[in-house]
Write a protein that binds this ligand. Structure first.
Ligand SMILES: Cc1cc2nc3c(=O)[nH]c(=O)nc-3n(C[C@H](O)[C@H](O)[C@H](O)COP(=O)(O)OP(=O)(O)OC[C@H]3O[C@@H](n4cnc5c(N)ncnc54)[C@H](O)[C@@H]3O)c2cc1C
Length: 478
């Protein structure tokens, strides 16, 4: 157990956050309500004007913020949505302004009640950093790389060791709470090992996906009937996809992606050809007439990976881990930012309860990691079930059943705005997956599946089996 942590007024002493990326900033915002001092250690030379920085190369690529994540961010950073809208980041209904090509065809254009906003990850992170650094008690140590954890008494972390770029000597920094938000390439496992603590195992679902992205101008003529054009990937047949988002400052941000060997090229012609190979024509149309482009970037994402810190037998007190440091999702499902916001919200709830009960910080860390694991279960199951379907060897029955059901939901929703709205709510994490198993949906799904089965049978009238797959725009969707 660690030492008692005295409170000054209603605040504990000092919290240190390792990593000043997205999850680190959102977590620091929460901690600033409960600690007199919050120190963010960031290995890159960032300041309040920085958006993308060298150790967050993924931030060059299209980032969708799900409605749930945006809702939480707005509670932590009131006025953020309006601030981004003032820069030109559109706010719209998920059903109304997305040309959404799902595996069975274009989604209906209908009001879903799910409000989303599109912006670059660069601008989001820049705005969050500005807001967090303006909070009293928050300090950023830039170009400061964490090298390890301190543990003065067995069982409780008591600070960190870091080194500022160019300095020969490391510095020790004592803390009442340490939060690791050092991301997918962070050092937590190594630091636990250095303390002689066992490093818990990982769940890994192997999938390789390559993103190639570019930003370019969005002139007046591009302001038509959509702010997002999207083509989903779907195992096993649709290995190529792409998304183009209208973002702040009259720009488009476009990411093309492909599984395994289907990497979108980085050269201009190859990029356009890849976009032309997609069935949603909107992406190629915009890429073809692009102007004022920024450099093309590529990122290869390998594996969904969940570090099971909640199972650690000797997880120390006063240490929390959040964001990609704990769980990396396949980016095509757009979950990482929202999950990190949910984790920050979880922490806020737990710190509020601990403060009002007068509870010590000891006891918090293990409970936090366990609750965080419960929170991860749904997004992890959704993305890993889909990804397991890419591998011919590893398709467990549960993944096959879930995949079959998804397929039926997509097929029904092409013609059914009500079912599409339910899907929109689940995909944006504002409703649990259970709403897609409501009896009203089950009846439609089973009815449509039986109809298709009959229509596909050799005795059926071939005229009755109209394939729904990949309708072109101009029909009910697009
Ligand atoms: C191509 C791609 C597209 C994506 N698209 C989406 C999307 O559409 N929607 C979505 O929600 N998510 C998306 N994601 C996921 C999202 O980018 C991550 O979930 C998110 O960045 C996690 O934030 P983080 O702060 O945990 O990690 P990061 O953003 O990686 O930040 C980690 C930070 O820690 C710092 N750091 C590392 N080690 C140290 C150290 N030793 N000392 C000090 N600092 C350190 C790094 O410099 C960095 O600033 C995408 C990911 C990829 C790869």
């Amino acid at each position: 157990m660690g030492k008692r942590t005295p409170m000054t007024g209603d605040r504990w002493g000092k919290a240190v956050v390792i990593g000043g990326g997205y999850a680190g900033l959102v977590t620091a915002r929460v901690l600033s309500d409960y600690f007199g001092e919050v120190v963010i250690l960031e290995r890159d030379p960032v300041d309040d004007e920085t958006g993308v920085h060298p150790h967050t190369p993924q931030a060059h690529h299209a980032h969708a913020m799900l409605a749930k994540g945006a809702e939480i961010l707005e509670t932590l950073f009131p006025g953020l949505r309006a601030e981004l809208r003032d820069l030109g980041a559109p706010v719209f209904d998920y059903g109304e302004r997305i040309s959404f090509l799902q595996p069975a065809g274009f989604a209906p254009r209908c009001r879903t009640g799910v409000l989303v906003q599109t912006f670059t990850r660069h601008e989001l992170e820049r705005r969050l950093r500005q807001r967090v650094l303006a909070l009293s008690g928050v300090t950023l140590l830039a170009s400061a790389r964490c090298e390890g954890l301190l543990m003065e008494q067995p069982g409780a972390v008591s600070g960190v060791v870091y080194r500022v770029d160019g300095s020969a000597e490391p510095t020790r920094l004592a803390a009442d709470l340490v939060v690791d938000a050092s991301g997918r390439a962070g050092g937590l496992d190594r630091w636990l090992g250095d303390l002689g603590l066992p490093v818990p195992g990982k769940r890994v679902v192997k999938t390789k996906i390559t993103y190639t992205s570019m930003n370019f101008a969005r002139p007046e003529q591009d302001r038509t009937d959509f702010d997002v054009a999207y083509q989903m990937t779907f195992a096993p047949g649709i290995a190529r996809g792409g998304v183009i988002l209208a973002v702040e400052h009259d720009r488009w941000t476009c990411s093309l992606f492909g599984f395994e060997d289907q990497a979108p090229p980085t050269d201009d012609q190859g990029y356009l050809d890849f976009a032309r190979s997609l069935t949603n024509p909107r992406l190629a149309e915009l890429i073809e007439r692009r102007s004022n482009p920024e450099p093309t970037r590529q990122y290869v994402n390998v594996n969904n990976r969940w570090s099971e810190y909640h199972k650690a037998k000797a997880w120390p007190e006063r240490l929390l881990a959040v964001g990609d440091s704990v769980c990396v999702f396949n980016p095509v499902y757009g979950q990482g930012l929202t999950v990190a916001a949910l984790e920050a919200d979880l922490l806020r709830g737990m710190l509020t309860a601990a403060r009002s009960d007068g509870t010590e910080l000891d006891g918090l860390s293990r409970t936090f990691q366990r609750r965080l694991a419960r929170l991860l279960l749904v997004p992890w199951t959704l993305s890993s079930n889909s990804d397991l379907m890419w591998s011919p060897q590893g398709r467990p029955l549960s993944a096959r059943v879930a995949h079959w059901y998804n397929q039926q939901v997509f097929a029904v929703s092409v013609h059914d705005p009500e079912v599409w709205s339910r899907f929109a709510r689940v995909a944006n994490m504002v409703a649990p997956p259970g709403v897609l198993f409501h009896p009203s949906v089950l009846v439609k799904v089973i009815g449509a599946a039986l109809f298709r089965r009959r229509a596909a049978s050799p005795t059926a009238d071939p005229g009755g089996s109209v394939p729904e797959v990949l309708q072109q725009p101009g029909g009910s969707g697009g």
